[in-house]
Design a protein around this ligand. Structure first.
Ligand code: SF4
Ligand code: SF4
Ligand code: SF4
Length: 307
C-alpha cells in the first residue's frame, strides 16, 4: 500500500490520538545556544580532501581504498559510509573562469548533528543521543540493529556495517566528541582545513560569522545559512555562493522531525503493534519529507552536475 501525504497525516492524527505516553523531548532537551557547531563555507573549500584524511585518522577508520590525494574520486559523487564519516563532493558551476573553464564548487558532507535529531528520536533504545556540547553520539552497546535511525535521518547519513556479521554498528560522524569535550579541542576536520573553510565554535557565534560574511558580500553569497532553521536547526551550518539545492542540500521543513517520529513510534509501541508496522510508517514519513531519497532518484548528490 502506498502511503500518500494525506493518508500519512491521517495516520499521524490517529497515532497522536492513541498516544498514551505523549511525546518525549529527550532528543532535544540538551540543546542550547552554546552548543558547539561548525560552519562550512562552500565558497572557500578547495577540495583538498585533507578533512577526509584527518577524519579517518582521528576515528581510526579502515584504510581508504584510494589515497586521499587521489582527485579522481570527484568523478562520481559519494556518500559518507562505514569507512568514511565525511566525504567531499565536487559540482561544476555554470560560471566560467578567465580561461573559460567551469568553476568547481566543493562541499563536505557529514552528519549535521541536528538540534532535534530524528535519528535519536527514532532510536527505541537510546543508542543515539544529543549531547550537551552539541554532538549526536552513538553507543553501540545499546544498539539492537533495527536501523530505524537510517530511515529517520533527513540527510541520509547513518551507515551500517553490513559486512560485519557479528557486531555490526551504525556509523556516522562523531563530531569528534572526545576532542571537542576537552578545553580547546577541535574536530579533526576543522583543525586541518588549510583554508579555514571549516570554522568551529558555538552555534550562536557561527551564525553571527555566517551572516556577517553574507552581508559583507551580498552579491556573492546566497542570502541564507543552511541549517539555521532546517528541521529545527542543525549544529553544522553551510554558507555558499552556489544555490544549496545545486549542491545536494535540498529544502527541508523548519519543523523538527522528532515530533513526527516520536508520536508515531510511541503510539505504536504503547499498543504493541508489530515493529514492522512502525518500519513501514516511518518509511512513509521519510518519503514525505525526503521524496528524492525514497524514490531512488539522485538525491543529495548528482555526479558532475552543472550548478
Ligand atoms: S544528520 Fe541524521 S544522523 Fe546526523 S543528527 Fe541529524 S538525523 Fe541524526
Ligand atoms: S567532526 Fe570529526 S568525525 Fe565528524 S567529519 Fe569532522 S573529523 Fe570526522
Ligand atoms: S580540508 Fe577544507 S579545503 Fe580541504 S576539502 Fe576539506 S573543507 Fe575543503
Amino acid at each position: 500500500m502506498q502511503i500518500t501525504r494525506r493518508s500519512l497525516f491521517k495516520i499521524m492524527g490517529a497515532a497522536g490520538g492513541l498516544s498514551a505516553i505523549g511525546s518525549r523531548a529527550a532528543a532535544a532537551e540538551n540543546t542550547s545556544d552554546d552548543d558547539y557547531g561548525c560552519l562550512a563555507d562552500v565558497g572557500r573549500c578547495i577540495g583538498c580532501r585533507k578533512c577526509e584524511m584527518a577524519c579517518s585518522k582521528v576515528n581510526a577508520l579502515p584504510p581508504a581504498q584510494t589515497s586521499f590525494e587521489d582527485m579522481t574520486v570527484f568523478d562520481r559523487n559519494r556518500r559518507p559510509d562505514e569507512a568514511a564519516f565525511t566525504v567531499v563532493n565536487r559540482y561544476f558551476s555554470s560560471r566560467a573562469d578567465e580561461r573559460g573553464q567551469p568553476v568547481p564548487a566543493y562541499i563536505k558532507v557529514q552528519c549535521m548533528h541536528c538540534l532535534h535529531p530524528a535519528c535519536a528520536s527514532a532510536c527505541i533504545t537510546g543508542a543515539l543521543k544529543k549531547q550537551e556540547n552539541g554532538a549526536v553520539t552513538y553507543n553501540p552497546s545499546r544498539c539492537i540493529g533495527c536501523r530505524y535511525c537510517m530511515i529517520a535521518c533527513p540527510f541520509q547519513i547513518p551507515a551500517y556495517e553490513f559486512s560485519d556479521p557479528l557486531t555490526p554498528r551504525v556509523r556516522k560522524c562523531t563530531f569528534c566528541f572526545e576532542n571537542i569535550s576537552k578545553q580547546g579541542g577541535l574536530p579533526g576536520c576543522a583543525a586541518i582545513c588549510p583554508v579555514e573553510a571549516l570554522t568551529f565554535g558555538t552555534r550562536s557565534e557561527l551564525l553571527k560569522i555566517a551572516h556577517q560574511r553574507i552581508s559583507e558580500a551580498p552579491l556573492e553569497y546566497v542570502q541564507k545559512v543552511y541549517g539555521e532553521h532546517e528541521v529545527g536547526g542543525t549544529s553544522w551550518l553551510y554558507i555558499s555562493k552556489v544555490p544549496f539545492e545545486k549542491l545536494g542540500l535540498y529544502p527541508l521543513p523548519e519543523k523538527e522531525i522528532p515530533h513526527l517520529t516520536e508520536t508515531i513510534q510511541h503510539s505504536i509501541f504503547a499498543y504493541m503493534w508489530a515493529p514492522i508496522t512502525l518500519f513501514g510508517i516511518l518509511a512513509g514519513a521519510m518519503r514525505f519529507f525526503n521524496p528524492q531519497q525514497m524514490s531512488g532518484k539522485p538525491s543529495q548528490i548528482q555526479t558532475e552536475k552543472e550548478v
